[in-house]
Design a protein around this ligand. Sequence first.
Ligand code: DX5
Length: 228
Amino acid sequence: MPRIVPSVLPANFARLGTECRALQDAGADRIQWDVMDGRFVPNLTMGPDIIAAARAEVQLEFEAHLMVEEPDRMLPRWVEAGCGLVIVHVEACRHLHRTLARVRDLGARAGVALNPATPLCAISNVLDLVDLVLVMTVDPGFGGQCYLSSMEPKISSARAFLATTEREIELEVDGGIGRTTITGAARAGATTFCAGSALFTQRTSFTTEIAELRRLAMVADAGMGRAA
Ligand code: DX5
């Protein structure tokens, strides 16, 4: 079953707890917190205290997408804030193997994100430490950007690459995912879809939008002969 993971980057930051509850009630599979430090990416967003404040509002798993330089410096804080999944960028880690091992030692699942220009081979030696691969379909830093369909061959290669391991590794895409782009990403092999603007800018309800995105991904999977 495809997973829909709303990003709260476009949410009303004055009502994050309410927005998280609405997303949970609407059938979201997880919630993504886009952490940006103004160095790894130009934007600056939120810290662990904001995530912790929303933690008690919902039961959904939180994933921290760390678009930050030197993520090791604050790793424990994201887990203490209630994130069960911590995603670091290959490009921001001087010692990626050690960083991923530390995430797991802290009791969280470890994700690794690849910017559009970063090849899959950058993670070929750390798959034993990875629970999720996040293929960016935009250059990170802002919501509402255009989906890069040029990433679809990379998504397909990632799917084939992850199939060579015995481990269950999720393949998530993030950036410009919506009704007109999710089919391409799903056909390419993504199984988890992070969406921000598509959920917060539509006139439809979260429930309608999440259900429609999931339906489109399932139809795409079926079209590729993949079980639901
Ligand atoms: C990178 C961020 C965004 C966010 C989703 O800048 O990671 O991709 O999660 O934003 P949308 O869905 O609006 O592209």
